[in-house]
Write a protein that binds this ligand. Structure first.
Ligand code: C2E
Ligand code: MG
Ligand code: MG
Length: 713
């Protein structure tokens, strides 16, 4: 007995010592008064421990509040269920009772199964009691200490989070009255908890949303228990800020709402970041103008709008004239300042509703909505041309620039955005080719020209593979002796349908499409092969010059290793070939031109400066880049007359070149007079129809074979 008693003591919490009398009485007498039992069970509601009584079949006949809490059931839901639903495998410690009368409390260890399916480790005791229908069990239980600790720990953690999170939290009763707020909420809204607790959540409605918004929000909460979305929160000081709001509900067992929890996160920072990203994606960083992407969106919008209203849209495509030269000579910082200033001037020329965009580089567009009269566009163009030609004061520099403008209209010229842009681009090119600082309206013939160009580009792709290229050679004559030891290599394209296409037509296309690299390689290999052959068969000092496009120097540059290995295979020295470059390339800081020219020089290849006089004619560049020959452009030669300005210029060029140790070749000599004048002025070499037109290889060879002296007269 003393044994049983001590076990019993274990399971009765100290504050329940007062009830010890009843079981003792039972223990003494072997009977338990029914009223005592009832009293005992009622008192069970005042302890935190769980009491459960079962009948002889193990069906639950009594649970106290503690058991409700421990297992998560409401009393009504659990009565009549098998104890095995709650204690699937009870393990009783100690000895089993010998006889029913011997009421002993046996220690109990078990996993308890809660209503929500979770398992709770249980400790306690159970005892058998005589009941009305046989022996029944009485269980006294509590969650094992560890579980309680865990629950407490979780509760503490939750409270810690609640108090310290940066998200504002607010707890509502089912009717929407505020029960509690966390400190973060107070900070977000600038409110003290005493100002909100007890008030209706309605007080937090912001003026940015109407009643329908809140109605829909709470309807969703009522129907689904939750809502989330963007909401404008209002600080006590009136300031509005974007927040992400989520509302969730918790329920009690009968399905009614217990609490609603609102969580507010300030998303102003995220919004700002989103806005920055959007701006970066849609606006040009340098000028702050809409970029290509944004321009396309606006153009699409304008087209849609004008479809609805039946109005016209005007599209201007602008390209600053000779901007690259300014960038290359004065530096990128000045170039950037110029672009910024140009952007600002363009914006000043247009209406608020028009869009000025920067497509990249020095290309701009102006989108003019709702064009009523083409005259308005003409006026705008004049304004832009005038504004851009005004001097730009950029730091210590004063820069003069102009712009070329292409114009097209929706729907007159095209109905699709990209076609319109193409049209305006083409018209701009025509404006440039007509002399710059002017505008040009798109016409259908430009369209036809553009199509021809496109076909030509397509055909150009096949030209190399289909052997449509050939070379012609134009003698370069020594003006003193009449000897021909040099010739210029000129590329020819025989188009299968169009016949001979002049290089002035296809070389720019090859440059634009990047094909000029491969074509240039072919020209170099073919020209050097020819030079080698003629050097071997006729003239050992024969030298052929090859034209190099500036584009060949840009990007990855010329594959000089390949060119030199080709020379090596031929067994020819670099002195058999000269490269002809134009002045523009010397100004191009991006092409590492000095390194590339030095590499040519190291290989013994000489350098001619072609078309001299049409570009910068800069003396300092001649010195810096170590040029061997200077070719006076034919535009000077064609106007030569003794005492005329061009003659003076030619004389000066020759004098200057000689001072720098550079030899001079005059291009485009067509008349005897030109020849005489140039020879008299000391020009070293001459090239032109007077001596010979460019000749195919076999005819040039005849010239060499006959060792013909082409000196006129
Ligand atoms: P360029 O290098 O200045 O070549 C001289 C041009 O003047 C050639 O035109 C030639 O036929 C022409 N010409 C020669 N003598 C006379 C004359 O007495 N009077 C007149 N009016 N013209 C004369 P072509 O062959 O049409 O070449 C035009 C341009 O195409 C060349 O100008 C050169 O810049 C370019 N080009 C030619 N072949 C190649 C090449 O293989 N590669 C590259 N990148 N460009 C080339
Ligand atoms: Mg040339
Ligand atoms: Mg030339």
């Amino acid at each position: 007995m003393s044994d049983a008693k001590s076990q019993y003591r274990e399971v009765i919490p100290p504050h329940q010592e007062a009830f010890e009398g009843s079981p003792r009485q039972y223990l003494r007498t072997g009977t338990l008064d029914r009223s005592h039992l009832l009293a005992l069970l009622r008192l069970g509601d005042f302890t935190n421990d769980a009491f459960i009584a079962t009948d002889a079949d193990g069906l639950i006949s009594y649970v106290n509040r503690g058991a409700e809490r421990l297992f998560g059931y409401r009393r009504g839901r659990v009565l009549g269920r098998s104890i095995l639903d709650l204690l699937p495998e009870p393990t009783l410690g100690g000895d089993q009772p010998d006889a029913p009368g011997q009421m002993r409390a046996l220690p109990l260890r078990s996993d308890g199964r809660r209503k929500d399916g979770s398992i709770v480790e249980i400790e306690g005791a159970s005892t058998l009691m005589p009941g009305l229908t046989g022996m029944s069990h009485l269980y006294v239980m509590r969650a094992r200490r560890t579980e309680i600790d865990e629950d407490n720990r979780r509760a503490q953690l939750a409270s810690l989070v609640y108090r310290n999170t940066s998200e504002g939290m607010l707890v509502l009763d089912p009717k929407g009255f505020i029960l509690d707020v966390n400190p973060a909420f107070g900070k977000l809204r600038g409110l003290h908890e005493s100002e909100v607790i007890g008030r209706h959540v309605r007080m937090l409605n912001s003026p940015c949303h109407d009643r329908d918004f809140y109605r829909a929000m709470w309807r969703s909460v009522l129907e689904t228990g939750s809502w989330q979305g963007e909401h404008w929160g209002q600080h006590k000081n009136g300031e509005l800020y974007p927040e992400w709001l989520s509302i969730n509900s918790s329920y009690i067992e009968d399905g009614s709402v217990f609490r609603r929890v609102m969580i507010f996160s300030n998303i102003a920072e995220i919004k700002r970041a989103e806005a920055t990203i959007w701006k970066q994606a849609n606006f040009d960083r340098l000028t702050d103008l809409p970029n290509r992407q944004m321009f396309h969106d606006r153009l699409e919008q304008s087209i849609k709008k004008s479809q609805r209203n039946g109005t016209k849209v005007g599209l201007l495509f602008l390209d600053l004239d000779r901007f690259k030269e300014i960038n290359d000579t004065l530096g990128h910082a000045v170039g950037d300042d110029l672009l910024k200033e140009a952007a600002q001037r363009l914006n000043e020329c247009v209406r608020q509703s028009d869009t000025v965009a920067r497509l990249g580089g020095d290309e701009f567009t102006v989108l003019v909505d709702d064009v009523r009269e083409t005259r308005d566009i003409a006026r705008l163009i004049k304004k832009i041309l005038d504004r851009i030609t005004e001097p730009f004061h950029l730091g210590v520099e004063t820069v003069f620039i102009s712009t070329s403008i292409g114009v097209t209209f929706y729907p007159d010229d095209a109905t699709q955005a990209d076609v319109l842009l193409n049209n305006a681009d083409q018209a701009m090119y025509v404006a440039k080719s007509e002399g710059r600082n002017r505008s040009c309206y798109f016409t259908a013939s430009m369209q036809a020209q553009a199509q021809t160009r496109m076909r030509l580009v397509n055909d150009l792709h096949l030209a190399l593979a289909q052997n449509q290229f050939s070379l012609e050679f134009q003698p370069i004559v020594h003006l003193g002796s009449g000897e021909i030891t040099k010739a210029e290599t000129l590329l020819r394209w025989t188009h299968p349908a169009r016949g001979l296409v002049p290089p002035s037509e296809f070389v720019p296309l090859a440059e634009e499409t990047g094909m000029v690299g491969a074509i240039g390689d072919w020209v170099f290999c073919e020209a050097t092969r020819q030079a080698h052959e003629w050097r071997t068969r006729y003239l050992p000092q024969m030298q052929l010059s090859v034209n190099i496009s500036p584009v060949q120097f840009r990007h990855e540059g010329i594959d000089l290793a390949f060119w030199l290995s080709h020379l090596e295979t031929l067994g020819m020295s670099g002195s058999g070939v000269t490269i002809e470059i134009t002045e523009g390339i010397l100004l191009d800081s991006s092409s590492r031109i000095d390194e590339q020219l030095a590499a040519f020089r190291n290989a013994g290849i000489q350098v001619s400066l072609d078309d001299f006089g049409t570009g910068y004619s800069s003396l300092s560049y001649l010195r810096k880049f170590d040029i061997d020959f200077l070719k006076i452009d034919q535009s000077f030669v064609s106007n030569l007359g003794r005492g005329g300005p061009d003659f003076a210029l030619c004389e000066a060029i020759i004098l200057m070149a000689h001072k720098l140790g550079i030899q001079v070749i005059a291009e485009g000599i067509e008349t005897r007079e030109q020849f005489e004048l140039l020879r008299a002025a000391g020009c070293d070499y001459g090239q032109g129809y007077l001596f010979s037109v460019p000749l195919p290889a076999e005819r040039f060879e005849c010239l060499l074979a006959q060792c013909e002296d082409v000196r006129p007269g």
